[in-house]
Write a protein that binds this ligand. Structure first.
Ligand SMILES: Cc1ncc(COP(=O)(O)O)c(C=O)c1O
Length: 294
């Protein structure tokens, strides 16, 4: 058990338990069918960060997944804040990682509504987390192109943040086997979509490029903020499809996510990039300054 896990707390349907004792029934649909939704949020300076945006996306996922929630936004918010506070009592220093998981409920085998016999199950997992250090930032990370394509929007829309993560898990395992830190998924036309757990940006001929939402990616909260921060810094931003060959010809590449913020890529396959590049550094600083104030 890691140090973070020892202090971690989990709330199940509003009841707070030490993480090592938390249990959910085997007949939960999240376990049986991956029939669940989730969000990962964090604190900045020990204060919940962008919970509203995470809640908005969770409710959007609820609609995409045809999973009406049997609890209100206020009820969930109260539980999330209580769980964060319970964790903070166990750990007086760490920033807090918060994973909110909602399953369709518990029920007998069968896909239809009638098989679900309970309300949604709500699980909130809080543990400590270390924001990316300068040392890690300077090292950057390596990526490969996964041989697997991103789920097509018509199959399982990547905009829905569901607990069914096998598309990303298998891409990640492939990256590990090949000795890379992580993987990028393209679509069937060799256009870049996103990474296993992050959005991707490239600086190409002085323009900051990222795939458009319409291509089938998660509407990353950090992606949105970085686009806004970049525009405020007078950087040209273009949300247009990027072919994988164009990506390899970029000047700098970085990823974005709640936990990694703006994080540089040192190589993709055998192509190396300046890391961290000047725009990556500028955006990391500007994003962090904005996040610390919000
Ligand atoms: C597939 C995928 N894309 C992008 C992101 C980044 O989203 P956010 O910036 O909201 O954390 C994540 C984060 O979990 C993700 O899983």
């Amino acid at each position: 058990m890691t140090l973070f896990m020892e202090k971690a707390v989990i709330s199940i349907n509003g009841i707070i338990t030490p993480a090592s004792e938390a249990k959910i029934p085997v007949l939960d649909r999240g376990f049986i069918y991956g029939d669940s939704l989730y969000e990962v949020a964090r604190t900045v300076n020990r204060t919940p960060f962008q919970l509203n945006e995470h809640f908005d996306r969770l409710w959007k996922s609820s609609s995409l997944c045809k999973m009406p929630f049997t609890f209100s936004r206020d009820e969930l918010l109260k539980e999330v804040l209580q769980t964060i506070e319970a964790f903070k009592k166990n750990d007086s220093q760490s920033e807090v990682y918060t994973r909110i998981m909602i399953t369709r409920g518990i029920g007998e085998m069968g896909l239809g509504k009638s098989a679900v016999q309970t309300k949604n199950q709500r699980v909130i997992y809080c543990k400590g987390f270390e924001p990316i250090s300068d040392q890690k930032f300077t090292r950057g990370m390596s990526l490969c192109f996964s041989s697997r394509i991103r789920n097509d929007r018509r199959a399982l829309d990547p905009a829905m943040k569901s607990g069914n993560y096998l598309n990303s898990v298998l891409a990640y395992l492939e990256a590990e086997e090949r000795g890379f830190d992580d993987a990028i998924l393209c679509n069937a036309h060799d256009q870049v979509t996103e990474g296993t757990t992050f959005n991707l940006f490239a600086v190409i001929k002085g323009v900051l490029r990222t795939a458009p939402l319409s291509i089938g990616i998660l509407d990353g909260i950090t992606r949105r903020d970085v686009i806004r921060v970049a525009k405020e810094q007078s950087i040209n931003v273009l949300e247009e499809p990027i072919h994988k060959d164009e990506l390899l010809a970029a000047d700098e590449i970085f990823i974005t996510s709640t936990l990694r913020e703006v994080f540089p890529i040192l190589k993709i396959e055998d192509r190396s990039f300046e890391h961290p590049g000047p725009i990556t550094q500028k955006l990391r600083i500007a994003y962090r300054e904005w996040a610390a104030q919000s």
